[in-house]
Design a protein around this ligand. Sequence first.
Ligand SMILES: *[C@@H]1O[C@H](CO)[C@@H](O)[C@H](O)[C@H]1NC(C)=O
Length: 421
Amino acid sequence: MDLLLIRFLAFLASFVLLLPLVLGQALPLHSSSRWILDSTNQRVKLRCVNWAGHMETHVPEGLHKQAIEFLANWIKQQGFNCVRLTYSIDHALNPSLKVSDSFTAAAAAAGVSVAAMTQLYQQAVQKNPFLQTATTRDVFGAVVDTLWRHGVMTLLDNHVSKAGWCCNLTDGNGWWDTAFGYNSWNSRFFHTTDWLAGLQAMAAWAANHPGVVGMSLRNEMREFLLQGSNGRKDWYDLVGQAGRRVHQTNPNVLVIVGGTQSATDLTHVYRNMLDTSGWPGKHVWEFHAYSFTVTFPNPAHSCAVSQREYGAFAGFVLQQGKAFTGPLILSEFGVGMTGGSPANHGIPDDQVAYLNCIVAYMTGNDAEWAVWALQGSYYVRGGTVDFDEGYGMLNRDWSAWRNPQFPRLLGAMWQINQGPY
Ligand SMILES: *[C@@H]1O[C@H](CO)[C@@H](O)[C@H](O)[C@H]1NC(C)=O
């Protein structure tokens, strides 16, 4: 063969071999013991940032501030390898809604004027012209695909049923309406059949968007009053059904499962393991921890006590060789980005102890994480247009770090320092 041709073929071959590395991870991912591995059995540590898309507009936040391309590139440049992208069941079951119509409808849903929402929509079209003709699902597709072009993976998170801010015990999104102990405060929007159908729809859709590597079944499940008092039987039953449904529909994605009490409590699986045989090699646990969550009931708590609580309520799943062993993602944690003293790098003085404690905990176990949150603002939240997000990684213009010191405060959480073994 001609030397040039051989060289050319060798070049092509090396390019094909390197392609997964150039693009990101060698997919699909799977779980083995407490590790997430890629298709070549290399460990993948998820270092994610949450990006909200579950609010009344049914599209990811911030597109009136920046082009998707800018945001994907920023996320990649900071060292995140993944986004936890939130959506509602309202969106999952209504994918063909035009973005323009969605912004108009969001006015009534969010309690603000149509004129205000129209103005946001027009700003968004200026930054992202494709929105003019797009459906809300097209926008999710553009976000996921653009992230993946930058090598950034996506975890889809079903955050709520009814689109809007979440989560408390009276917002109607907390626990299944068909479960034992129905009360309308906590369940009036959480229709079990719609939830299963919505998860299935998103799983099927994700099959054509390879950047989606995982699906979280439901954010912050929380029982209220009598709910859960039957040994959390409904959690076992319905989480099991959902996991099987997602896996049958899309066998590539990781199936991510949180505990109860707003994703802070997995204690029940210590003795009574969830049947995960319907999604073999794909199971991942998730938990949440903020300065104000239920595992932090006492602000005078020492860090050692808090860390024992994190371990007892969720972290124990990382012990190897147990029925419950699995990877664990701290899929929400975060602090205010400004307002604290210089000695505390601007982090609010009453949240620094919590931050240092959770960082030390996560460094010690080298588990996966997703910080809350990318968004510097919301289109609309709590009746306020362009609502400022004080926990935002990005500033209100979505142009740069709100607190440039924050990424350093995560320390060795950025690194892999264990496993797989
Ligand atoms: C609970 O959340 C809903 C929806 O965000 C909100 O309307 C309501 O005021 C909240 N209730 C409390 C007690 O905070």
